[in-house]
Design a protein around this ligand. Structure first.
Ligand code: C5P
Length: 397
């Protein structure tokens, strides 16, 4: 069994008002690294459009057992085999009844009968319908067959009533699935500390030195580590990014603060990933008051900061360390030298320049370790992160 990140998810959307949350669910599953194919019932189309779901999933929506052209490109039996997980969300009362009865008179019910993949349902209905003995019996029959039930939650329902029947939020569905499959990732049971983003080195209370790092690579790595089953602490400089689900984020500003936060997080860690663009120099003194301008030139005295990743590698020789080498020239030689000098297990080299790496969503890397290397072709940072995590997983003892 694989982690959620590697799964092909067939998402069945059925006729409940909660279907308005399905596009968000698709996005959350894709962000978690899953591949999503949406199948809609006729009733679902009264609540959300196929166009919306096709756009967010990046695949045409399937909705008809009798659609000749769709059947020719991937028949329903092939589709049932393609899926690693069938997730029915929202699952209406009628859908639960039909699944419990083993019906096969529309595409989704047929797929549920024809698949060998695990089936999960996220029920959504009025609380009286959820509590009804018929629904209870249907759920009992489905659970007995191994169908996984996520939610429903207790809260305000569409009719402004309160009770049990609200579909679990998309984030909660994603987290439940990620946790269910986390034991199967290459970093299952491991603890990872990741640094990301720029640092800010104060000149005075209002000014600082910084760099153009967006934090995207580090955040993508933190998300990929969670998807691979790790417990992740992300020590992050100031960015505009949201913390990936399941990650413990520690927000810092300066290189000194990053060093302290990393050293606090390190005991018990198995992997350290230094993706932050840590300032090499800080102003030798940060003025307590705003520095006033005067005529003529001014100069700045700088002091070195600590090399965080080198300190980690020195203090924790058994921890697997991955660093980055951003270079404008002599990429490979500089990266090899940097890996040795800092005592790192692995280094990912990338060429930087005005239009490369920083602030972009994609990148290309040359990954180097003690007895091997692998180029990773230009791809989205999320995909590169997944590949890097796989390489780490192969090398962890
Ligand atoms: O020496 P250079 O800055 O090129 O090395 C880059 C690698 O070292 C990155 O992995 C970066 O996160 C890490 N680094 C660090 N602390 C510093 C400087 C760099 O952890 N002070």
């Amino acid at each position: 069994m694989q982690a959620l990140a590697q799964r092909r998810v067939l998402l069945g959307v059925t006729g409940s008002i909660a279907a308005y949350k399905s596009p968000i669910l698709v996005r959350r599953l894709i962000e978690a690294g899953a591949d999503v194919q949406v199948v809609m019932t006729d009733a679902a189309k009264r609540f959300v459009t196929a166009m919306t779901l096709a756009t967010v999933s990046g695949r045409p929506v399937r909705d008809d057992l009798w659609d000749e052209s769709a059947e020719l490109s991937m028949g329903h039996i092939e589709l049932a085999r393609w899926a690693d997980l069938v997730l029915v969300a929202p699952a209406s009362a009628d859908t639960l009844a039909r699944l419990a009865a083993g019906r096969a008179d529309d595409l989704l019910s047929t797929l549920c009968l024809a698949t060998r993949a695990e089936i999960a349902v996220a029920p959504a209905m009025n609380q009286v319908m959820w509590a009804h003995p018929a629904t209870r019996a249907n759920m009992a029959a489905l659970s007995a067959r191994g169908v996984v039930c996520i939610g429903p939650e207790t809260g305000e329902l569409a009719e402004r009533e309160t009770g049990a029947g609200r579909m679990a939020e998309p984030e909660a569905i994603r987290d439940a699935l990620a946790a269910r499959y986390a034991d199967h990732g290459v970093l299952a049971g491991r603890r990872v500390v990741v640094t990301a983003g720029p640092t800010r080195e104060a000149l005075d209370p209002v000014r600082y030195l910084t760099n153009r790092s967006s934090g995207r690579m580090g955040y993508a790595l933190a998300a990929a580590c969670v998807a691979a089953g790790a417990k992740v602490t992300l020590v992050s400089g100031p960015t505009t990014l949201e913390a990936p689900a399941g990650v413990k984020r520690v927000a810092i500003e300066s290189a000194g603060e990053m060093f302290d936060a990393v050293m606090t997080a390190m005991p018990g860690a198995d992997v350290f990933i230094g993706a932050a663009a840590v300032a090499d120099y800080r102003p030798a003194e940060a003025a307590a008051d705003k520095i006033k301008k005067s005529d003529g030139e001014a100069s700045l005295r700088l002091a070195r900061t600590k090399d965080i990743i080198a300190e980690v590698a020195g203090a924790y020789p058994d921890v697997f360390t991955l660093g980055f080498a951003a270079e404008t020239t002599n990429l490979e030689a500089a990266a090899r030298d940097k890996r040795k000098r800092k005592g790192l297990s692995m280094i990912a080299a990338n060429r930087v320049g005005p239009d490369k790496a920083f602030g972009r969503d994609d990148n290309e890397l040359l990954v180097i370790w003690d007895d091997g290397e692998k180029p990773l072709a230009r791809a989205a940072k999320a995909d590169l992160a997944r590949d890097l995590v796989a390489l780490i997983g192969e090398r962890l003892t």
